[in-house]
Design a protein around this ligand. Structure first.
Ligand code: CMC
Length: 442
């Protein structure tokens, strides 16, 4: 009769251990009993980038990386992208179910009444330099929200969590748009709650002297679908950040600011910006084969390709590629698309990329659309952060409610010096003999 257990033999001692397997995992703490002596700390696992470690149990997002499957709360991403709106998807992610009509109306009302920000937020954003990166402004300003809402510290209070959720989903687009207007030297545009979530965001970005801004419906829908595609993605770098920082029981604004900071990096949400820079550098379709050779030789990476989890075409990239055609009908074609398509064509036939299962990810085509829609490159990671806010807050709340979670605190394997005696400065070795060791430290 097969058992859901794992038998481990420690060849150092000859001892045998049986540990339970639950949901396809063993509990790392079950290894601690494996010791060579009574005073041995016990066996640990070493997993520097969590490549094979589950840090939580979650009901929010499911990914099958080998099959290229992504579902929010069980609903396939393709269906949501076709039939849902971002605000409805945010409800689904946060609450676990699709809303009925009454719930949707309430949710829409409850998030819209939080689109305004305190006037001091404007002054706060004014304090940034004229050329500040909008993502830096977003990180700082979302963090600053915690000083406006000290009630957010009541993280174990359901009503408080609900209010902060609505505030974050409501206000992040406003902060993002203000950051953009600041960098353009334009006056801030207040929210227009008559418009859709995405339409209002476009209005706050692009409204000039017209009395009422009417977003182009094709671009409004395209951006809404892009928001749906970016709403959550299980335990990625920024979601791990929101959970890890949130595990200290800090307020959700500070935790979401930390997540935004994680998203800022070029290997995560900054990748779409890096893709455009790469395409501009390649310059033309004719230069693509040479560029591919460079990437294969380890000179830089083919940005927008590869993924820790997807070892198949990222399902979001497929949808985005389709949206690009719809957007170009309105905006005119972004010439960079030809270079991107050629890069994809060559890479997907090339042994290097095939063997490593490197396919286009969500960032490969999204930047090309954003650029065609008139967004400067510095806004791209911000456009990722807005919809991901729903995912971050849902993951944060799931962590807060989970009785198995504690403050995140990994172990380390210490490989530094043993105990040493402090030596007076005049007795320390000459710099030349220790220069290498010291200068390599940072
Ligand atoms: N171009 C060329 N080679 C690559 C690439 C790439 N984009 N990505 C991975 N490789 C190679 C890598 O050099 C390694 O080769 P080898 O085994 O010979 O050393 C192998 O593929 C495995 O790479 P890895 O770095 O161990 O894989 P990872 O799971 O740690 O990294 C990744 C995943 C997304 C950071 C990486 O694929 C990458 O840097 N891609 C480019 C940046 C990018 O597009 N990021 C957006 C990710 S999706 C959205 C998001 O999370 O925000």
């Amino acid at each position: 009769m097969p058992k859901d257990t794992l038998t481990i033999v420690d060849n150092r001692t000859g001892k045998q251990y049986e540990v339970p397997i639950e949901l396809g995992t063993i509990n790392a703490m079950d290894l601690r009993q494996i010791k060579t002596a009574a005073d041995d700390f016990g066996l640990m696992t070493y997993d520097p980038a969590f490549t094979n470690t589950a840090s939580c149990k979650s009901r929010i997002t499911y990914i099958d990386g080998d099959q290229g499957v992504l579902r929010y709360r069980g609903y396939p991403i393709e269906e949501l992208a076709e039939k849902s709106t971002y605000l409805e998807t945010a409800y689904l992610i946060v609450k676990g179910e699709l809303p009925n009509r009454a719930h949707m109306e309430m949710w829409t009302h409850n998030t819209k009444i939080h689109t305004m920000v305190h006037e001091n937020i404007k002054k706060f954003i004014d304090g940034f330099r004229y050329d500040a990166h909008p993502m830096g402004m977003l990180v700082g300003t979302v963090g600053a929200l915690s000083t406006f809402y000290p009630d957010a510290k009541n993280i174990f209070d359901l009503e408080s969590r609900r209010v902060q959720t609505r505030r974050l989903i409501g206000k992040v687009p406003t902060i993002a748009a203000f950051a953009y207007r600041h960098s353009r030297g334009l006056p801030y545009v207040y929210p227009d709650n008559e418009l859709s979530y995405t339409g209002n965001f476009l209005a706050m970005l692009f409204k000039m002297t017209e009395l009422v801004y009417k977003p182009n419906p094709v671009l409004e829908r395209a951006l809404d679908v892009l928001f749906i595609l970016h709403a959550d993605h299980e335990q990625n770098c920024s979601t791990n950040a929101v959970r890890s920082v949130g595990s200290s029981q800090v307020d959700p604004y500070s935790a979401v600011a930390a997540a935004s900071a994680a998203l800022y990096g070029p290997l995560h949400g900054g990748a779409n910006e890096a893709v455009i820079r790469m395409l501009l550098e390649i310059g033309s379709v004719a230069n693509v084969p040479a560029a591919i050779q460079k990437f294969k030789a380890g000179e830089g990476r083919l940005m927008g390709f590869g993924h820790r989890v997807y070892k198949n075409y990222d399902p979001r990239a497929k949808i985005i590629k389709r949206i690009a055609d719809e957007v170009f009908v309105v905006t005119g074609k972004n010439p960079l698309i030809d270079i991107a398509v050629e890069l994809e064509r060559i890479a997907l036939q090339d042994d290097y990329f095939v063997k490593r299962k490197l396919y286009p990810n969500v960032d490969f085509y999204s930047g090309i659309i954003y650029q065609a829609m008139g967004f400067p490159m510095t806004m791209f990671p911000v456009l990722f952060a807005i919809p991901r806010t729903a995912g971050w807050i849902a993951q944060w709340a799931e962590m807060v409610r989970d009785p198995e979670q504690k403050i995140a605190r990994p172990r380390q394997i210490y490989i530094g010096e043993g105990v040493r005696r402090w030596v007076p400065i005049e007795q320390r070795p000459e710099p030349s003999s220790r220069e290498d060791a010291v200068t390599q430290q940072i």
